[in-house]
Structures are given as C-alpha cells and as structure tokens.
Design a protein around this ligand. Structure first.
Ligand code: GRF
Length: 196
C-alpha cells in the first residue's frame, strides 16, 4: 500500500514515519508533498531517497495537479504530518477514511484555525493546563474535527515553556504516530484496498 505524506515545514514526524516503514513489505512511503518549496521536509525526503513534490497553494485549491500526482504514485492512503493547509473537499472525498492527521494537543481543546505548531503550545501554557498531549484523527472538511483515533497525554509542569512542551509532544508523536498509522491501515477492509 502506497502512502503519501503531506508536510509544510520541518518534517521531523515525516522522517520518523519514513524510517519506521523503511523495511515494511506492505506499507511504502511513496512520496512526500509540500506546499512550501523551501521546507526542510523536502531535504529530508531527498536524504532518505523518497520522491517529493512541492506545489503552490493555488494548485492545492484546484487539486487536479495533486490528484494526478497521487495517481501517478498509486497512493491509497494519506498522512498529514505538520501540514498547515486545509484540505479541499475533492481530496477528502477521494480518500474516505484514508487521511489521518496529528494534532499536538488534546482535541477538542486547542484545535481549529490558526492552532498549529507553537501557537498550540503557547495557548496550552497560557491556559495553565496541567496536561497536554497528542491527538491522531481522521481528516474531514473542518479543521481538527475528524473522528479521533488515538490520544495520549503528558504533564505540563509550571516550569514548561513553549520549547520544552513542544519537545515533550514531539517525543509522543515520534513514539506513537507511525504505529497508529500501521494499525489504521491494518484495519482497512481488504476488499477496499486497491480500489481507488
Ligand atoms: C507537530 O507537532 C505536529 O503535531 C504539528 O506540527 C508539528 C510538525 O512538526 N501538526 P514536524 O514538522 O514534524 O517537525
């Protein structure tokens, strides 16, 4: 099963996912896509020998170029890992229950437009939350509102800063995201595979 990863900037999660599935005989990370041609995730993909493709935001809205690229690489499942654009309807409808995202907080809290990366951790600290965590969820047309697949938490200490909290959250992401992706794919109905 060929997977596409969409990422917008650093791509440390993308790298962990690529490494995790490196020797997997069934699941293959076939391409990394980014809306930012200068993003470090594209450099990571190159170093890891994974094909990549960058596109302009206007191409994303129209989606045809993206859909063609996904077809070219026989993509059957999409993983968002630090991807900041909202997915167009046509893309979501083309991959029903086959797009997952990770959010660096415990949804439904601290989700929605503008809530990404350090903005999330800043909001968590300012709200004096005692716990934060990660949420892995299916993607639908609304930001961060798709069905939740997995959550796990960590403590937020009084001494935590945006940087230290981001580190804790990244550790959870690296530890769980690849495994959860593998589980979600293993639960897909066999008759629905190769069907897109
Ligand atoms: C992660 O914390 C992810 O949850 C969020 O954006 C961050 C991306 O980090 N959506 P990286 O690009 O994987 O290093």
């Amino acid at each position: 099963m060929n997977i596409a990863i969409f990422a917008s900037s650093n791509g440390s999660n993308a790298q962990k996912i690529i490494e995790y599935f490196n020797n997997n005989s069934f699941i293959k990370i076939a391409i990394v896509l980014s809306n930012n041609k200068n993003s470090y995730v594209l450099e990571r993909a190159k170093l890891l020998n994974i094909p990549s493709f960058s596109f302009a935001p206007e191409d994303f809205k129209n989606s045809q170029i993206i859909l063609e690229k996904l077809k070219e690489f026989n993509i059957e499942f999409i993983v968002l890992a630090g991807f900041t654009l909202k997915l167009p309807k046509i893309l979501i409808n083309s991959f029903p229950d086959r797009i997952v995202n990770i959010h660096p907080a415990l949804l439904p809290k601290f989700g929605g437009k503008g809530m990404y990366g350090k903005h999330v951790h800043k909001a968590v600290i300012e709200a004096k939350e005692k716990v934060s965590g990660i949420t892995i969820h299916y993607v639908n047309e609304k930001y961060d509102e798709g069905k939740i697949i997995f959550q796990t938490s960590c403590k937020v200490e009084k001494t935590d800063t945006i940087v230290t909290l981001a580190e804790k959250i990244h550790e959870l992401e690296y530890r769980y995201y690849p495994e959860v992706i593998e589980n979600v794919i293993s639960l897909l109905e066999p008759e629905n595979i190769n069907n897109i």
